[in-house]
Design a protein around this ligand. Structure first.
Ligand code: B3K
Ligand code: ZN
Length: 896
């Protein structure tokens, strides 16, 4: 496989102005006639036209109505004898493809009898020969023809301009997209679908038709998606003045989809997981995810579609920005400042548990990568979530209004263009002259070019006599593959000082006339900077990186007492949560390092690990009269095994698992009465609404139930498992029902088995609920190695289908990625299973296989015997000669 380099970018040798596609849809053999208006790009030297193609059967090529000579070269269709000059010519290409055989789910494929497309990043070339690159933008018209009985609904991008009957029970529909677009935004859908419809009038007075298409029977589960779409449209108008530019906006759901959803112009295609919801079948998390993904895809209509990427190295231009927008949307929808903070904590938790490891591992890459082998491998948490943080820092450096101005300028300059990350940052800076972003723009852009997670070290010193506090901040960044040395970043550090008595101190820097607000943002641009605060009457505790103002690791040697102060008093909710996490992390890390602790044959930890002051602090949060339930649930949840492992140089996953399980059980027992209180106070019966406040209450009640079942496990109590089973049976919504089920499974109680059986019987016809059923079992805490045999058994279940990505993820990924204690076995059987599944999936669906291949990214950190066993498993995958480029790239990097 050949690497593609950003530095090699060249403008296309030809432009394609219009695309006329005619499809005769047939699952076994679909015929595609493509009529293109093509012209030479006068700015580049004359050369043959090379059109991308993949797994196509070519029947005919014509130029200006006459046959022409052509070559096929490594999948590309090469045309050399084209008309001279720069006048447009008509190119007609007739091909066929086999959608029913397309298990990769890229290009045109069939899912449950319905045709769908997925073209990003390079799927359009699996439909027809084309200049399949995002900087070639064309006007599309699409004629669809198919059997009317089998495919009554025929959809494509834009507006329906004609439809009617044909001979032999066939019918047609013609769609014209009024906007130019790159090929990756093309879409078609054909099948038996029904739609929820909504007419809306925008602020600007324009009328739009909104439709959510699903399979018959799922219609009543589309209300939340439709509401989310309407909210997204209103939000983008209100916050950024961006209106919907189409008469019709469609969302279509499919159960076979490689990822979450796709922002095709006017015809978004979604994984059912992010569309279908009812209180009986979807959890609060599902409801929130639907809102956020519907928002995300809708927001792409401007950030991605109106202004798109020049090349795929610029992917974060649209993805980082659009994630930032969907995060802000969710925060604005959640409402209160504390609900915003909860969302921020959740987002940062994802960043730190998934992106930080990526940035420290073999797949580390800059937000704007320099090279790739398979672009699909670069739809990563770095491009998306770190990319969003890079946009968020710009937002914070120019302010909320400044950011809106910057976005406005970006669209004024680049609407209808395919541009780069530089263009975005430039518009932000130009709209905000004098801002720290404008002052440090070139240096700021290192966030786009340097991989790795920077570390900020903070050292404070208090001088009581002088009433001065000096804080020294320094930065560094570890080497990453291909980038041994890093230059300093521009790091905004939002900070405050909290008195040991809990007061927020007014901030006055040396040389300033008067004390100012208790919070400010300083910008670290050098390797090191020192701040001197004056008029500090009490020893302060620094509260740094508030709201996680930059995607960095903060090293600060807090004492336990200082962290307890922040946990009890910090006015910044994020740092309050963070202080609790640091305290628990510290205990976990010390216990992991303490060899003497490992007692008993099962590696059980007998000794009490939780100091009384921490137990009391946790109790104080749990019982706090004014804090939100959602926030309490976050504080009382231990850092994950993956996050703990990342803090260690060498990882023994079984030890991490044993210590975390011991901590969880001890927290369950130490706060037993408080968990009872939390359950009694927060569980509810009756009406269900998926809003942030009631969802937070359900989350806390669910955590309490889990803890009470865990406590029951060691105390022999049968009351709480019994109550939990009752709750499982009686629950009026999926959140409560699933939390009860998870509490039984998570505590390993014998009632788990009948509950699981009952759950399956209740929901056997609902694929998304069955996914939860599979995932819960594959992700269950391992007690004596029972999970892997259970996973093997699940794969033999009649409802298991490896070709369906959601189902494969629910079993295989939940085990390999989501269950470190079950996966990292001393007998290497987990890794053997992993290698077998990567190979099995690779022959069906390389994109999904390559995601699974990432499960052993961090193998070099593992202790023995895991490390050697993991290396063997990866090497076995790499030894296969006919691997996809996708998996080949991942394992090659892992072994490098
Ligand atoms: N842009 C798509 C992702 C496409 C992934 C291709 N492998 C969804 C999104 O980010 O909105
Ligand atoms: Zn996106």
């Amino acid at each position: 496989p050949i690497a593609i380099h950003r530095a090699d970018y060249a403008a296309p040798a030809y432009w394609i102005d219009t695309v006329d596609l005619t499809f005769d849809l047939d699952p076994a053999k679909t015929r595609v006639l493509s009529r293109l208006r093509v012209r030479r790009n006068a700015d580049v030297p004359a050369q043959p036209l090379r059109l991308d193609g993949d797994e196509l059967n070519l029947a005919r090529v014509m130029v200006n109505g006459a046959g022409t000579s052509f070559k096929l070269d490594g999948g590309q269709l090469v045309l050399e004898n084209l008309p001279e000059g720069t006048e447009p010519f008509e190119l007609e290409i007739f091909t066929t493809c086999a959608p029913a055989k397309n298990t990769q789910l890229s290009g045109l494929y069939v899912s449950q009898g319905t045709f769908f497309t997925q073209c990003e990043a390079e799927g359009f070339r699996r439909i027809t020969y084309f200049l399949d690159r995002p900087d070639v933008m064309a006007s599309y018209s699409v004629l669809l023809r198919a059997s009317k009985a089998d495919y009554p609904v025929l959809l494509s991008n834009g507006n329906l301009v004609d439809s009617g009957e044909l001979e032999d029970g066939r019918h047609f529909a013609k769609w014209v997209d009024p906007h130019k677009k790159p090929s990756y935004l093309f879409a078609l859908v054909a099948g038996k679908l029904v739609a929820r419809e909504q007419k809306i009038k925008s602020r600007a007075g324009r009328e739009h038709l909104l439709q959510v298409y699903v399979r018959p029977g799922d219609l009543e589960k589309t209300e939340h998606a439709m509401n989310s779409l309407m909210a997204s449209i209103a939000w983008d108008e209100a916050r950024f003045g961006l209106s919907l530019d189409l008469d019709r906006f469609m969302i279509v759901a499919t159960s076979d989809f490689n990822m979450g959803a796709m922002e095709n112009k006017g015809l978004n295609i979604f994984n059912t997981k992010y569309v279908l919801a009812s209180q009986a079948t979807a959890t609060d998390v599902d409801f929130a995810n639907i809102e956020s993904v519907v928002g995300h895809e809708y927001f792409h209509n401007w950030t991605g579609n109106r202004v798109t990427c020049r090349d795929w190295f610029q992917l974060s231009l649209k993805e980082g920005l659009t994630v930032f927008r969907d995060q802000e949307f969710s925060m604005d929808m959640a409402g209160s400042p504390s609900a915003r903070a909860v969302k921020r904590i959740e987002d940062v938790r994802v960043l730190r548990t998934v992106q930080f490891p990526e940035d420290a591992g073999p797949m580390a890459h800059p937000v704007r990568p320099d090279s790739y082998v398979e672009i699909n491998n670069f739809y990563t948490v770095t491009i998306y979530e770190k990319g969003s943080e890079v946009v968020r820092m710009q937002h914070n450096l120019v302010g909320r209004d400044g950011f809106a101005k910057g976005l406005k300028l970006y669209f004024e300059r680049h609407d209808g263009q395919a541009v780069t990350c530089d263009d975005f940052a430039q518009a932000m800076a130009d709209a905000n002259p004098g801002s720290p972003l404008a002052q440090h723009l070139e240096q700021f852009k290192r966030w786009y070019s340097q991989a790795g997670t920077p570390r900020v070290k903070a050292v404070g010193q208090y001088d009581a006599d002088a009433r001065r506090y000096t804080l020294t901040l320094s930065q560094s960044c570890p080497a990453t593959p291909g980038q041994p040395d890093k230059l300093p970043f521009v790091i905004p550090v939002t900070l405050g000082l909290v008195g040991t008595d809990g007061r927020a101190l007014a901030l006055q820097l040396d040389g300033e006339a008067a004390a100012g607000a208790p919070e400010r943002t300083v910008v670290l641009t050098e390797g090191e900077m020192t701040l001197t605060f004056t008029g500090v009457d009490v020893p302060p505790v620094p509260s740094l990186l508030r709201s996680f103002s930059a995607p960095v690791v903060l090293d600060c040697e807090y004492s336990d007492a200082e962290l307890l102060t922040l946990l009890a008093h910090d006015s910044d909710a994020f740092n309050r949560w963070e202080a609790g996490q640091r305290l628990m992390l510290r205990i976990a890390i010390n216990a992991i390092a303490d060899g003497a602790l490992l007692a008993g044959v099962n590696g059980q930890i007998g000794q009490n690990l939780l100091p009384q002051p921490l137990v009391q602090a946790m109790r104080d949060v749990l019982r706090h009269p004014t804090l939100d339930a959602a926030f309490k649930e976050l504080v009382l949840t231990l850092p994950s095994e993956g996050y703990i492992a990342e803090q260690l140089d060498t990882v023994d996953p079984q030890r991490v698992h044993a210590v975390r399980e011991a901590l969880r059980e001890q927290l369950a027992l130490a706060l037993r009465d408080d968990w009872v209180w939390a359950w009694e106070e927060h569980h509810a019966t009756g009406g269900y609404r998926p809003d942030a406040v009631s969802a937070g209450r359900r989350a806390l009640a669910g955590l309490a139930l889990g803890m009470l079942c865990l406590a029951a496990r060691s105390s022999g109590d049968i009351v709480w498992p019994g109550k939990t089973y009752q709750r499982f049976k009686d629950a009026g919504n999926m959140t409560d029902r699933f939390n009860a089920l998870a509490a039984l499974v998570g505590s390993g109680h014998e009632l788990a088995a009948p509950a699981l059986a009952r759950f399956h019987a209740l929901f056997k016809d609902d694929a998304l609920v069955l996914d939860k059923w599979f995932a819960l079992q594959a992700g269950a805490p391992d007690r004596g190695g029972q999970v892997l045999p259970a996973v093997r058994q699940l794969m033999k279940h009649p409802d298991f289908h490896i070709k369906n990505p959601n189902r494969a993820r629910s079993v295989i990924f939940s085990y390999c990625n989501g269950n470190p204690g079950g996966f990292h076995r001393t007998d290497a059987a987990g890794y053997v299973f992993w290698a077998d599944r990567v190979l099995e999936l690779d022959s069906l669906n390389p994109q999904v296989a390559a995601r699974l291949a990432r499960a052993l990214d961090r193998w070099k950190k593992l202790a023995e015997p895991y490390r050697t066993a993991a290396h063997e498993a990866i090497s076995r995958v790499a030894a296969k000669s006919d691997l996809s480029n996708d998996v080949r790239e991942v394992v090659t990097r892992a072994l490098a």
